[in-house]
Design a binder for this molecule. Structure first.
Ligand code: Q0Z
Length: 284
């Protein structure tokens, strides 16, 4: 193994450059909620999400090439890192929504459309859309929220051909993944992809894919349009943080307190349950 240099960190993951030019993409055990990174980690979260991403890359290999080169990583990152090819990244979050939630729901309630795509009247929080919609956004600087843009605006930013390719690939990947997840009891309400380009022009799926951190996972047995759906993975965290027991006031602007051990244990179990349900494999 060659040496590696830290080049970037997100809320819950870290990126390193290897001496040979490849990238080391590392999923940490950090967890975010209500836009904060919490002061408590969830044991095994990075390994579970990495295993899930690797499983999805294999399921989707017939739809789109991906950036994975190897999982042989330095011991300190074992199981929670991927060695990836370095791509020229598109400055776009490629979001696909199959159900109404979050900024898609807000858009719809204000305008009857999502990112300029008109939708039928009468949809409510959690509704399944007649067909999935591609709703790109721009990558905002850290601390700010991504801004939804139209496909026309995306085409102005990256070119017509690339925009059309990202839209087609994103919808194809989501459609296949949503069907797999739904059969296994998880509603994949929406998801965010990141794509890059090889020097020869091939468009490649990058980042982590179709994890609870990059997607909304809902338990299918509790799915009921008309109200916000419980989160598959973070509901225990959100419920505790907003309960009197936490002593935390979301409106105060203060950092959330550490999670109690039972909330950590139950949340760890939810990530493992999502992995086991999706893949049909035992975690350990
Ligand atoms: C991804 C990110 C962070 C993790 C750059 N294959 C690639 N080629 C070139 N660049 C990237 C990738 Cl994945 C790339 N990011 C996002 C930031 C931790 C991922 F801090 N940035």
């Amino acid at each position: 193994m060659t040496g590696y240099t830290h080049i970037a960190s997100g809320k819950v993951r870290d990126l390193y450059a290897l001496d040979d030019g490849r990238l080391l993409f590392v999923a940490s055990d950090r967890i975010s909620a209500f836009d904060y990174v919490l002061p408590t980690t969830i044991p095994d979260k990075g390994r579970v999400l990495t295993a899930m991403s690797l499983w999805w890359f294999a399921q989707l290999a017939d739809v789109v090439p991906n950036h994975l080169l190897s999982t042989e990583v330095p011991a300190e990152f074992a199981g929670r890192a991927m060695i990836c090819e370095r791509l020229e990244m598109f400055p776009i979050e490629a979001v696909v929504r199959g159900y109404l939630a979050g900024s898609g729901l807000a858009d719809y309630n204000r305008t009857g459309a999502v990112c300029g795509i008109p939708l039928p009247a009468g949809l409510v929080s959690g509704s399944r859309l007649p067909e999935p919609v591609f709703t790109p956004s721009t990558k905002a600087p850290r601390g700010e929220h991504d801004e939804n843009i139209s496909v026309d605006q995306m085409a102005t930013a990256i070119g017509e051909d690339a925009a059309a390719a990202l839209q087609q690939l994103s919808l194809a990947v989501y459609t296949k993944a949503e069907s797999i997840a739904r059969e296994r009891g998880i509603v994949l309400a929406d998801t965010k992809f990141e794509f890059g380009r090889r020097p020869n022009g091939t468009i490649v799926l990058a980042d982590e894919v179709l994890t609870p951190d990059s997607s909304r996972f809902w338990p299918a047995d509790l799915w009921e349009p008309g109200h916000p759906q419980p989160s598959f993975d973070k509901q225990f965290v959100r419920d505790w943080l907003t309960s009197p027991a936490s002593g935390w006031d979301r409106a105060s602007g203060t950092t959330p307190p550490p999670l109690p051990d039972d909330v950590v244990a139950k949340t760890r179990e939810k990530y493992i349950e999502a992995y086991e349900r999706l893949t049909g494999l035992a975690w350990a």
